[in-house]
Write a protein that binds this ligand. Sequence first.
Ligand SMILES: Cc1cc2nc3c(=O)[nH]c(=O)nc-3n(C[C@H](O)[C@H](O)[C@H](O)COP(=O)(O)O)c2cc1C
Length: 200
Amino acid sequence: MARILVLYYSSYGHVSTMAEAVAAGIRDAGHEADIRRVAETAPEDVVKNFGFQHDESHDLIEGPDVLGEYDGLVLGAPTRFGRLPSQMAAFLDTCGGVWASGALIGKPGAVFTSSNSQHGGQETTLFSMITNLMHFGMSIIGLDYGFEGQNGIDEVKGGAPYGATTIAGPDGSRQPSQVEIDGAKYLGRRVANTAAKMAG
Ligand SMILES: Cc1cc2nc3c(=O)[nH]c(=O)nc-3n(C[C@H](O)[C@H](O)[C@H](O)COP(=O)(O)O)c2cc1C
């Protein structure tokens, strides 16, 4: 059985919902998943003016070193101008110790995101987080085409070979659709099954 950390930041709940789906995929496959969030670092006036939620749906990450205790890591964060948000970057920038220890080398890592528009930078955001995971020495797991739900143009939907995604819509009111949830579950399952094989 693999033990996977799902670590996210979310301002309005979309990425939080996707984190739950990633974790559900891990657990459905018989593995263990912990969901943690990184701290809000935006100034209080920004939090207020932009209506960021005070996310208490999951516990805060205990610190950077716990990352090394897991068999795999799945990072999720919304798009900010086509890249990862400062809240997630701020946490990752505290991970020098875990990087230096080599504790994540060779372990599977994956990413997921959300954006308001369909082409508002999902893939570049995914890659901005993949960059970090590769510096940690992780082996990247994508949302491979075994997940057929990402194909087709029958409906508006997220999902990319580089990670699971959802689209929040121009006013943020759209919630993750069934196919997007299924993509997140597939990604979680794939990471956990890979971690179990690598550890074995
Ligand atoms: C400062 C800022 C920059 C953003 N930049 C983008 C962007 O480049 N492209 C886009 O489609 N959405 C952008 N958004 C919208 C967010 O990606 C959207 O609110 C988020 O995906 C919702 O996820 P959440 O509910 O987990 O926070 C931006 C939002 C903020 C507050």
